[in-house]
Ligand binder design. Structure first.
Ligand SMILES: Nc1ncnc2c1ncn2[C@@H]1O[C@H](COP(=O)(O)OP(=O)(O)OP(=O)(O)O)[C@@H](O)[C@H]1O
Ligand SMILES: [Mg+2]
Length: 243
């Protein structure tokens, strides 16, 4: 590891969590550096969403977590958002009876009004096709456009880290590419992205690094461009490899 590697924006060490008495995550270690896209992969039920929920304070956890220089022990969802950690949850639903613009404004509640206005515009700028429909009710958007709106909502606060849980679920291949391209744009703007996806190849194409989880444990950490990575992941998904 070169000494010039930047300080991680997120550092998770020995994190364990679950639902009541049901243990799911077992001593997970994970690092995201500033301006990095990290793919979090793994088969259904591996614990990817549980990990994101723990990181964003939606579930209690044990272990250690630092975010942007802060110790996050005991942090509530609100503390996480205020620290610059935004989580677009799996299956996030927008408010269909509100306009596109109001949905984005709502995501910026509590921010100073002038700053909120500016950042709403910047968030909408990522997705020109929903910006063009800003006065329309979100109900009039296609499923893919609603997904873009959900990501735009996550951007309003200019997070240091945006966690996206299956942002492409249910989208056509073209729209998947659009949503993943937004992740690349974010990286260019200095925001780190932790991306949970089922689409391995597409995720690796935009990611800098990848982790794979199986049964609540990280079983692989790799640079996304490693040539044999798709094959290694395939073995993990099909349970052929317990490395
Ligand atoms: N609310 C819950 N209560 C109890 N157990 C849960 C709950 N949510 C998830 N689990 C369990 O936790 C484990 C991990 O689930 P999780 O949703 O984190 O997996 P995932 O990797 O996100 O899967 P997927 O790819 O299907 O979204 C699974 O065994 C699941 O059944
Ligand atoms: Mg999930």
């Amino acid at each position: 590891m070169p000494t010039s590697a930047p300080e991680p924006v997120l550092q998770v060490e020995g994190l364990s969590a679950g639902y009541g008495k049901i243990g799911v995550l077992k001593s997970v270690n994970l690092v995201v550096r500033p301006g990095e896209i990290v793919a979090l992969l793994g088969p259904n039920g591996a614990g990817k969403s549980t990990l994101l929920k723990s990181i964003s304070g939606l579930l209690p956890w044990s272990g250690a977590m630092r975010f942007a220089g802060r110790d996050m022990a005991g942090a509530q969802p609100r503390d996480c958002v205020e620290a610059g950690l935004v989580h677009v949850v799996e299956g996030h639903r927008v408010f269909t009876q509100l306009t596109v613009e109001d949905n984005v404004l709502l995501a910026g509640y509590g921010m100073p009004a002038a700053q909120r206005r500016v950042q709403v515009e910047e968030a909408l700028d990522f997705f020109p096709e929903i910006k063009a429909k800003r006065r329309d009710k979100a109900a009039t958007l296609s499923g893919g456009q609603q997904q873009m709106l959900a990501v735009a909502q996550g951007l309003v606060r200019k997070p240091k880290l945006l966690m996206l849980d299956e942002p492409s679920a249910g989208l056509s291949p073209v729209l998947v590419d659009r949503v993943l391209a937004a992740a690349s744009q974010l990286r260019a703007a200095g925001t780190a992205v932790l991306l949970v996806e089922q689409l391995i190849e597409k995720s690796l194409a935009v990611a800098d690094r990848a982790y794979a989880m199986v049964r609540g444990t990280v079983v692989l950490e790799a640079v996304a461009s490693e040539p044999d990575l798709p094959e290694r992941l395939e073995r993990i998904y099909f349970g052929l490899d317990s490395q």
